[in-house]
Design a protein around this ligand. Structure first.
Ligand SMILES: [Cu+2]
Length: 166
């Protein structure tokens, strides 16, 4: 009887663990372009065999309020970061996390481009090949999230250095 009870406890612990893991992927209601007020135009991802890659395009804010993107996820990478590209003290262009996230101005747009702001895929899970469709989910500062899909294409520029932690 005592032994049976312990077995039950162990199973419950396993179930709780699994539930906790699963909840991290769908914590928030996923919006679409209509509810979030964001439109993604000409989005694309740089193809890459391994390591890092990045997504570019233009994010349009159709509302009359600023919208702040604070973080992102993608099945293609274990970590997505919001990057900007700046010149360091020696004049070398380096990229780093954008302080405060990406703020899409009310009624305006936010351009992600090689050599400038971009969505960084820090650690590819599998190669991204030209023609692949890569799915992203972006988290907004109001707790909601919005998804978009970007096709991959070959691109040989945008070889800025990554500067970890500043
Ligand atoms: Cu980057």
């Amino acid at each position: 009887m005592t032994r049976r009870r312990w077995t039950t406890v162990a199973l419950l612990a396993a179930a709780t663990f699994l539930a906790a893991c699963g909840s991290t992927t769908t914590q928030t209601q996923t919006g679409d372009e209509d509810t979030s007020g964001l439109e993604f135009t000409d989005m694309w991802v740089k193809s890459a065999d391994e390591g890092m890659s990045a997504a570019f395009g233009t994010i349009v804010n159709t509302t009359d309020s600023d919208i702040t993107i604070v973080s992102g996820t993608s099945a293609a990478s274990t970590m997505v970061e919001l990057h900007e590209t700046v010149a360091d003290e020696t004049g070398t262009m380096v990229m780093r996390e954008k302080d405060g996230g990406f703020v899409i101005p009310a009624g305006g747009e936010y351009v992600l481009a090689p050599g400038a702001n971009h969505l960084m895929l820090m650690d590819l899970q599998t190669p991204i090949l030209a023609g692949d469709e890569v799915k992203f989910s972006l988290d907004l500062d109001d707790g909601s999230s919005v998804e978009f899909t970007a096709p991959a294409k070959d691109y040989t520029g945008a070889d800025e250095q990554y500067m970890p932690g500043e």
